[in-house]
Design a protein around this ligand. Sequence first.
Ligand code: SAM
Length: 273
Amino acid sequence: MRLIENWFSERYSDNLQLSFRVKDQLLSVKTDYQRIDLFDTYDFGKLLSIDGTVQLTEKDEYVYHEMITMVPHYFNSRPSNVLIIGGGDGGAARRLLDLGTDKITNVEIDGNVVEIAKKYFPDISSSFKDSRVKLIVGDGIKYIKETENKFDRIIIDSTDPVGPAEGLFSRDFYEDIKAHLTDDGIVVTQSGSPYYQPAALAMAHKGMSEVFKSVKTYCAFIPTYPSGLWSFTMASSGEMKLRDEKAKSGKYFNSDILTGSFYLPEFVKNILK
Ligand code: SAM
């Protein structure tokens, strides 16, 4: 990734980009799967980008990681055995540990993401040192086809639906996921920016609706992601009902967000039709 006068820019369209002024470029590496860049930015601390798109920053990672783990946590039976697909930075696993999850399997395709996170994001990746977390470096699509395990939650913490993550948004993949969920288990995926990537959200929602009985989309405000408004979509073979349990607060998540994030703007509802 080439910096122009110390600015890193993520392109949203031919006519719009978000730029971060950068103190230093810490790393730029092309792996077998993707290009990974790491910058030290003025406003957001360290920033990890994959193929030119922001994956996480030190300053606002909590929103994404709380929302992908804590929202599905409070529905249906209390989860104890959770699978994460992607998530090589360790941030989702860290939040699951905070929620008291007994067993976490994290399948990340690119071992370089894990090594970079261990070196440059030691707090976020501290989850990998915990004995409850089993890290597997491999393709999540292959893993879910071959495993004999069933999980209470499956969290798809992936890159956008291009390159190695393309299949993680497909109907076939959701069929395999369904076969590896416990009876009232829940799958959740990040489903992109409703404003800039409506096709990704439509694809995740449609794919899940063809396979699961109930599907719910919710949104969160993530300052460093395209347009700030981000979507997540979760699904289950039966109903998804909130448990009678007081929700813990995070830095973004709280009991109001647990119900309120499902109230969607009209243009988002239209994408789901
Ligand atoms: N939590 C951050 C976010 O907000 O998007 C970061 C996401 S995490 C870095 C996305 C990870 O998904 C990447 O490390 C990528 O290597 C991984 N990934 C993409 N396709 C995959 C696949 N088929 N199986 C497992 N991991 C995959």
